[in-house]
Design a protein around this ligand. Structure first.
Ligand code: AMP
Length: 279
């Protein structure tokens, strides 16, 4: 497993990828857990070359968000990646990614201003910009990303398509704790009490799936039941949305391709989760 610390070195490597071998890339912000590792394992099973990046991208954090407290543990991350047979770990620095005078930003219109984009202005511009830079630097055929960040996958798929980038995103399933909480680097922020109450997200998913299975098709009926579920756990709702999984338009009537997408606060910690209704 080779550690790559400079842009020059990453570019030298990627310019020499053989055209007929599959290159897989897993971008992360580190503090790795089984969710990240599932992407790496999938990439390892499908590609000849596997690259993982670890980079906490300041451009995707708002001024009052958790950039400075975002959990980091590089030694542990490297120890987790090594046994998985990763070929390259790319560790760019802020200075390299955004040197003084940096001016260029990628904006994916419409979808970037909904849901998480409405709550976190500029977030998806930061994500799209860093991911396009990382894709240029690593030149992957496939980029493995978690459906945990369902809207992020949609934003980046639109960007790659619009900008004629040949890299394809491979969306991978959400990995959960045994009780259902989606794994997230931010779960370490939760107090024991918040950790228990955070289960309201998964309970809301189970409730939505059950209501759909029971034939309820009115999104407002489902949404108000989910609100009650989450509020009764003492969580604060950022948003609850029932949208078409492809267009992100709000559902008028629930269908097999409807998706529940949510963001809630447990204390100061913002958690997201989502699920298809057809389980
Ligand atoms: P992050 O380090 O949070 O930027 O996440 C890096 C990648 O890991 C993204 O593609 C995430 O969607 C993915 N990821 C994070 N948590 C999970 C999870 N619980 N299950 C599957 N993928 C995940």
């Amino acid at each position: 497993m080779k550690i790559v610390k400079t842009i020059d070195e990453m570019q030298c490597l990627s310019q020499n990828w053989d055209a007929d071998i599959a290159v897989g890339f897993v971008p992360t912000m580190g503090f790795l857990h089984e969710g990240h590792l599932s992407l790496v394992k999938r990439a390892r099973s499908e590609c000849r070359i596997v690259i993982v990046s670890i980079y906490v991208n300041p451009a995707q954090f708002g001024p009052n968000e958790d950039l400075s407290s975002y959990p980091r543990n590089l030694d542990r991350d490297l120890a987790l990646l090594k046994p998985l047979g990763v070929d390259y770990v790319f560790l760019p620095s802020n200075q390299m990614m955004y040197p003084e005078g940096y001016k260029t930003w990628i904006e994916v219109k419409e979808i970037s201003s909904l849901l998480c984009g409405a709550s976190r202005p500029g977030h998806f511009m930061g994500v799209a910009t860093v991911v396009l830079k990382l894709v240029h630097l690593t030149r992957p055929d496939f980029m493995y990303m978690g459906e945990k960040d369902f809207q992020q996958v949609a934003v980046l798929q639109a960007m790659l398509k619009d900008l004629n980038v040949c890299t394809r995103i491979v969306p991978c399933p959400i990995i959960r704790e045994s009780d259902g909480l989606a794994l997230s680097s931010r779960n370490v922020y939760l107090s024991p009490d918040e950790r228990k109450r955070a289960l309201c997200l998964y309970n809301a998913i189970l409730l939505a799936r059950q209501m759909y299975q029971d034939g309820i098709r009115d999104p407002q009926v489902v949404e108000s039941a989910l609100r009650e579920e989450i509020l009764s756990a003492g969580a604060r709702i950022d948003y609850i949305a029932l949208v078409n999984a492809a267009s992100f338009e709000e559902c008028e009537s629930l269908e097999d391709d409807s998706r529940l997408i949510m963001a809630v606060y447990l204390g100061k910690t913002r958690l997201i989760d989502n699920s298809a209704l057809l389980a």
